[in-house]
Design a binder for this molecule. Structure first.
Ligand SMILES: [Zn+2]
Length: 191
């Protein structure tokens, strides 16, 4: 188990994280925080407007771009690349309060990865659901991987807290390899 307080102390002593002018700053870049219920409301409004499947795919695509930007910023400040960067972003996301991220498995040669995310509050606000609902995290994961290893991978959510599981589980792979294992989920989640 990672000790986030230790990492936070180290980062703040290096002034990689700080509070400036009321903003939480990561690498001197001001971060914006919204309550998890706001993200859940956004998802619900999108579902009402365009339907569940389309909303999920649109959120996924938006957050791929956000994930790329996040990885780019962290890379610029740490020079971390590849798997190093992938693991580091997951640690920072846990510190940032986006639940506890765990990279269970990551292989940049086979283009495969498994993540779990615990206590991601947005998923609690989206209960109950018959389908996985965490399109933001899977978009972020995809964006980070695409930037870190420069390959066109995707990410699907296999099981979700919103469905009643104790944690959300995500799988990274090429669309083709994911489709072989999870044809229905790929059809529902990947544009
Ligand atoms: Zn979930």
């Amino acid at each position: 188990m990672m000790d986030f307080r230790k990492i936070y102390r180290k980062l703040s002593s290096l002034r990689h994280v700080e509070i400036r002018n009321g903003h939480f700053c990561l690498y001197k870049t001001p971060m914006t925080f919204l309550s998890p219920s706001a993200f859940a409301s956004l998802e619900k409004v999108m579902i009402e407007n365009v339907g569940e499947e389309k909303a999920g795919k649109q959120m996924y695509m938006i957050f791929i771009e956000a994930g790329k930007e996040m990885a780019k910023m962290i890379h610029k400040n740490t020079m971390k690349t590849g798997l190093d960067l992938i693991h580091y972003v997951a640690t920072l996301s846990s510190i940032g309060g986006w639940g506890t991220w765990d990279v269970v498995y990551a292989n940049d040669k086979k283009l495969e990865g498994i993540y779990t995310q615990k206590d991601f509050l947005v998923s609690h606000y989206l209960k109950p659901s018959k389908k996985p609902m965490c399109h933001m995290p899977r978009g972020l994961i995809t964006g980070v991987w695409r930037f870190a290893i420069g390959k066109n991978v995707d990410c699907i959510e296999i099981s979700c807290v919103a469905e009643g599981y104790d944690k959300c589980t995500f799988e990274v792979g090429t669309k083709k390899s994911l489709r072989k294992k999870h044809p229905e989920l790929v059809k529902e989640q990947i544009p």
